[in-house]
Design a protein around this ligand. Structure first.
Ligand SMILES: [Zn+2]
Length: 170
């Protein structure tokens, strides 16, 4: 059995931090410990009982009702996802996919105003965004969001020549 110090805490990714702040959830010791549990195994799921056992093993004294409410609140604000364990009919919790929020920068065409997502640039964009947000957080700024948008002329409109007509499709 590995007993870890309860002071050990993983960095809370900005995407999660933003959701906590949007939901008005304070980063208490219990919240950080619960998040640490899931961040340590991003692909895993835990039942309430398993989470309680792990937290207790890590030296956190948390009431089972308090933990249950915390898990519910984290699920409600989109940090955790919740699904039923078919056989045992208990809830299991896992980290919600945060990639949707980091779906990459937007590109908006000045001519036709269509928006294009660049999901293939999501990872590198997120790395840049995380770095910028960490820098700002280090300066004491809070509630940071980054909306990266690129503007220009889309391939269709470029193909339509200098015409910025509505259709561009003749
Ligand atoms: Zn266009």
């Amino acid at each position: 059995m590995v007993v870890r110090s309860p002071r050990e805490s993983l960095a809370v990714p900005p995407a999660i931090q933003r959701r906590l702040e949007a939901a008005g959830l304070r980063r208490t010791l219990a919240t950080r410990a619960v998040l640490g549990l899931f961040l340590a195994h991003p692909d895993g799921t835990l039942s309430h009982a398993q989470a309680l056992a792990s937290l207790t093993a890590r030296g956190l004294d948390i009431n089972r009702v308090t933990l249950y409410r915390l898990l519910e609140r984290l699920a409600a604000c989109g940090v955790l996802r919740r699904h039923t364990d078919g056989q045992a009919r208990t809830w299991r919790f896992g980290l919600a996919a945060l990639e949707t929020e980091a779906a990459g920068p937007r590109f908006e065409c000045d001519a036709c105003h269509r928006q294009f997502r660049l999901p293939q640039a999501g990872a590198s964009t997120q790395a840049v965004a995380d770095g910028l947000i960490r820098t700002l957080e280090g300066q004491g700024h809070r509630g940071l969001r980054l909306d990266l948008a690129i503007r220009g002329t889309c391939a269709d409109c470029v193909g339509a020549g200098d015409s910025t007509g509505a259709t561009g499709n003749t």
